[in-house]
Design a protein around this ligand. Structure first.
Ligand SMILES: Nc1ncnc2c1ncn2[C@@H]1O[C@H](COP(=O)(O)OS(=O)(=O)O)[C@@H](OP(=O)(O)O)[C@H]1O
Ligand SMILES: Nc1ncnc2c1ncn2[C@@H]1O[C@H](COP(=O)(O)OP(=O)(O)O)[C@@H](O)[C@H]1O
Length: 223
């Protein structure tokens, strides 16, 4: 197949019309960090705070997306067969994570193009993968549309929390390629926002810190 046979069709209703209808800019707020660092909790809290302010949002959470769009091979086998499951199912090898983030990065960019404040919560451990999403989102919109939020909670705190018992399994070798234990986490060098999970702050305060930046950066105005 020749890629040039697939031709972009310009939309009749453009992004700026959608954004002005909603009274906000479409952006991607990309939470990244170790398992258990607080990504989902803070992103959900931010989602609630934004809803209270009447903002149009959506939230894409790694755990949930891996139940559908990025399901693992065993979840696809019965419905689609072995070959399909092996080809399209995703685990946690670096190439699988790359495809996970590529798929979800494109989905997030589409949602931001629809004018939504798009919150995402993925471990997304590789800098290159996150930087690719930044590029996709900014090419679909403009510089400033991708807001990387590093939830910087030390590994020992994440491991002590271990809400799903995954660190315990990773330590015993039952789970392979576990981020922070047997797989790398490449911390962002210049995130737009860094939340210090090493100090005693509530998820509500952390979410409020992000919210304040969104207002400061004129994603929307508060009345
Ligand atoms: N090997 C390994 N490494 C990291 N995480 C693992 C692994 N196996 C399962 N889990 C669970 O899957 C959640 C991470 O999924 P993501 O899609 O966010 O991962 S990634 O961005 O593709 O790296 C992650 O969710 P969170 O704990 O919410 O971060 C874990 O619950
Ligand atoms: N700021 C915080 N202070 C204390 N505990 C927190 C904080 N943020 C999250 N938690 C707790 O840490 C655990 C892991 O949070 P979660 O949002 O599931 O992390 P992640 O999505 O990064 O895996 C949960 O039990 C949650 O209640």
């Amino acid at each position: 197949m020749n890629p040039s046979d697939i031709v972009w069709h310009p939309a009749t209703v453009d992004r700026s019309a959608r954004e002005s209808n909603l009274g906000q800019r479409g952006v991607v707020v990309w939470f990244t960090g170790l398992s258990g660092c607080g990504k989902s909790t803070v992103a959900n809290e931010l989602d609630s705070q934004l809803l209270q302010l009447g903002r149009a949002t959506t939230l894409l959470d790694g755990d949930n997306i891996r139940h559908g769009l990025c399901a693992p091979p065993p979840a696809l086998r019965e419905e689609h067969g072995e070959a399909f499951a092996e080809r399209f199912g995703l685990g946690f090898a670096s190439i699988d994570r790359e495809e996970n983030i590529r798929r979800i990065g494109n989905v997030a960019a589409l949602m931001a193009s629809a004018g939504l404040i798009t919150l995402t919560a993925f471990v997304s451990p590789y800098r290159k993968d996150r930087d690719r999403v930044r590029k996709i989102v900014e090419e679909a919109g403009k510089t400033g549309d991708f807001i990387e939020v590093f939830v910087d909670t030390p590994l020992d705190i994440c491991e002590a929390r271990d809400p799903k018992g995954l660190y315990k399994k990773a330590r015993s070798g039952e789970i392979k390629n576990f981020t922070g234990i047997s797989d790398p986490y490449e911390a962002p060098r210049n995130p737009e926002i860094r939340l210090d999970g090493g100090k005693a702050t509530t998820p509500a305060d952390q979410a409020a810190e992000v919210l304040q930046k969104l207002v400061e950066w004129k994603v929307f105005a508060t009345s």
